[in-house]
Design a protein around this ligand. Structure first.
Ligand SMILES: CC(C)(COP(=O)(O)OP(=O)(O)OC[C@H]1O[C@@H](n2cnc3c(N)ncnc32)[C@H](O)[C@@H]1OP(=O)(O)O)[C@@H](O)C(=O)NCCC(=O)NCCS
Length: 176
């Protein structure tokens, strides 16, 4: 097996020096780590617990729950590095929607949230049925607002979203 550095330096589309995260389906091996992920105390009201997201995905085939790793995990069946976050997207009614995103408190502020969002957008663009990419965050979640707006998300001007009492809905301007 190649060492981590050679995998990191490969330009085969799996990992490159630009990529920062590796997304992998939540599975029996990484489930315990996913369930241990924690945001900061003051962030707990901003995102649903991983267990709730996984329960939703169990009954909804349109949901895709994913474990987030540093890109150095790519190519390893059993990565020795930890799961650093969790994301879940939904493909429904022509919209690829980033429903959940959380980076464990000890890995925040290192670019992983942004890299994950870029990777999820890349994945969503691969589905022919995805005509638009959108997301939402709670009003007052300035970190999420700054992250999404920095990547080109703008207010989604659709009536049910505009009138939502607690969420801000955003759509990616250049979704295709
Ligand atoms: C929001 C979250 C996913 C961001 O992940 P992260 O890895 O900490 O963020 P990154 O280091 O990739 O930074 C991405 C962007 O977030 C914003 N950001 C990061 N730290 C910030 C801070 N302290 N204050 C304000 N904005 C901040 C910036 O816009 C940054 O982009 P930039 O580096 O180009 O300026 C993470 O903080 C988190 O899990 N928060 C709790 C759960 C949550 O709010 N999820 C979003 C639900 S919609």
């Amino acid at each position: 097996m190649c060492d981590r550095q050679s995998i990191r330096n490969k330009s085969n589309g799996c990992a490159s020096v630009v990529a920062k995260v590796h997304l992998r389906k939540v599975n029996a091996a990484n489930l315990p780590q996913c369930l241990q992920l924690k945001v900061k105390l003051e962030q707990q009201s901003l995102v649903a617990p991983v267990a709730k997201s996984l329960a939703e995905a169990y009954v909804n085939p349109n949901l895709y729950p994913m474990a987030i790793y540093d890109v150095a995990a790519c190519g390893y069946e059993e990565p020795e590095i930890p799961v650093i976050g969790f994301t879940m997207y939904e493909i429904f009614t022509g919209v690829g929607f980033i429903l959940r995103l959380m980076i464990d408190r000890q890995y925040q502020g290192q670019g992983y949230g942004k890299a994950t969002t870029i990777e999820v957008i890349r994945r969503l663009k691969l589905y022919p049925e995805v005509e638009m990419i959108a997301t939402s965050h709670l009003k007052g979640n300035e970190r999420a607002a700054s992250l999404y707006r920095g990547l080109g998300f703008k207010v989604w001007e659709i009536d049910w979203a505009l009138s939502h009492p607690t969420e801000v809905y955003l759509k990616l301007e250049d979704s295709k």
